[in-house]
Design a protein around this ligand. Structure first.
Ligand SMILES: Cc1cc2nc3c(=O)[nH]c(=O)nc-3n(C[C@H](O)[C@H](O)[C@H](O)COP(=O)(O)O)c2cc1C
Length: 438
């Protein structure tokens, strides 16, 4: 089933009967500041991490990367969640994925300074900036061809062509990934980021381990073992950083397929079951985590769960609104059980013009705390300022959820919005994917 991004609140309300998302006209709550430990977010609007695959070969930001963060900074969001940044070269998802290391830290420092000063100049406030530290695991492609490093063989992904066993990483290798993530946190702090995200989502290595039910050894089997890499990396990052440095995680709480291959599913069937995620959230809170960014699904395998879309490579088995409802209501179920954490939601873009109204209602009811926008940020980097100054999104600048940004990425290019940023990205799309934009 496909749908159409809502161009107005009324258009959304006509279809909301089925999923019954809360909705309010008053969006002023989104302009409120929020404290995370010693840091203050000037508003509740978040630029979710949006990878541009446009770094240099040595991992440093390049021209398009700088342009993207300049645009995000001008938009005035209270939190800029800086995209997936590798902490080990072999864990890069593509040869142009950002990669932070001792040799290039000054380049990252310059970007963070520029995000803060540009936002201050344009909007009179400084955003909190958090770096997403990653190892791409099964999706590693550091030199442009797949070089998977997996936690276990997963027949759902691999079908009848299983990845050879020597690609299954050893416990000792994972110990090294933990050390690299902790080192990544150190580098992020040194570069001036306000915090680090020990990325644990979208089936990259840390996230894949959450469902390593059948893996032997210290990182598989029990819930304690499956969450060990995340918990120990968080612990290491907290212990080695200043007390005001934010250590957080973008967490997949639900993969969208059954055990023993998916995390966050009930023992029987594929429905979301929050019991294991709740345990994990409480554990990382004890370790010092105050903020979490909730997501679901796998962008390669079931993107309709991860980023509900209006058009894409396949027709999803559910209406996109159902995907949005799963994500937002699922986040609210977690918040109800771990209210001491500050929660960011994902997957608002499909709601189009209704996104600020739905997010405001959830926040007012205590369902989550911060509204995370992903593809919207590519389409309209000024989304936060528009919401704060006008109460809503400009319907002419909505993300259409057409999946073309992802098509560029899958074709090995540098993703962006071919509709609203067409001078830069339409030629890239045409060159790599053929075809015209609709
Ligand atoms: C082109 C593209 C790049 C993305 N890059 C990242 C990333 O670096 N890290 C991450 O955690 N999620 C990434 N995502 C996922 C988004 O942050 C977000 O979760 C998803 O698009 C759903 O939110 P939305 O409906 O607001 O777009 C990316 C998504 C797209 C389409």
């Amino acid at each position: 089933m496909t749908g159409r991004v809502y161009g107005s609140l009324d258009a959304f309300l006509q279809q909301n009967g089925e999923v019954r998302l809360p909705c309010t006209e008053d969006t002023s709550i989104l302009a409120q500041s929020v404290r995370i430990g010693a840091k203050i977010l000037p508003n509740r609007l978040v630029c979710q991490p949006m990878e541009g695959c446009d770094g240099k070969a040595d991992g440093t930001p390049d021209i398009l990367t700088l342009r993207r963060y300049d645009r995000f900074a001008r938009g005035g969001a209270g939190l800029v969640w800086f995209e997936a940044t590798a902490v080990m070269e072999e864990g890069r998802a593509n040869p142009r994925q950002l990669w932070i290391n001792d040799g290039n830290i000054d380049a990252f420092k310059a970007v963070v300074e520029s995000i803060k000063s540009t936002c201050l100049k344009t909007n009179g406030c400084e955003p909190v900036v958090i770096m997403q530290a990653t190892h791409s695991g099964r999706y590693s492609k550091p030199h442009g061809t797949p070089a998977p490093l997996i936690a276990y063989n997963n027949p759902i992904f691999e079908g009848d062509a299983p990845i050879p066993k020597d690609h299954i990483v050893t416990d000792e290798y994972i110990d090294g990934v933990r050390d690299a993530l902790v080192n990544g946190a150190r580098l992020a702090e040194k570069a001036g980021f306000d915090g680090v995200d020990i990325k644990c989502c979208h089936r990259y290595l840390n996230s894949e381990l959450l469902s390593a039910y059948t893996r032997p050894g210290r990182y598989g089997g029990s819930l304690e073992n499956r969450t060990r890499l995340l918990r120990e990396s968080v612990e290491g990052a907290v212990q080695s950083s200043r007390s005001d440095f934010i250590v957080t995680t973008r967490l997949n709480v639900y993969d969208g397929f059954p055990r023993p291959y998916g995390f966050g599913a009930a023992a029987e069937g594929t429905e979301f079951d929050e019991s294991e995620p709740v345990w994990l959230l409480r554990e990382i809170h004890k370790l010092g985590v105050k903020l979490v960014n909730i997501t679901m699904g796998n962008p390669y395998f079931n993107p309709h769960v991860n980023r509900p879309f209006a058009s894409g490579k396949y027709t999803p088995p559910e209406h996109p609104l159902r995907g949005v409802a799963r994500m937002l209501k699922g986040t609210a179920r977690l918040k109800a059980q771990v209210p001491e954490l500050t929660f960011i939601c994902s997957a608002l873009s499909y709601l189009g013009a209704a996104a600020p109204n739905v997010a405001s209602a959830f926040i007012s009811q205590g369902g989550f705390d911060l509204a995370g926008f992903g593809r919207t940020v590519f389409a309209n980097p000024d989304f936060a300022r528009d919401i704060i100054t006008t109460g809503g999104l400009d319907s002419r600048k909505l993300c259409l959820c057409c999946s073309k940004c992802t098509d560029i990425m899958r074709a090995g290019g540098t993703p962006g919005c071919i509709v609203h940023d067409r001078e830069v990205y339409l030629p890239i799309y045409k060159q790599l994917c053929g075809g015209e934009s609709k």
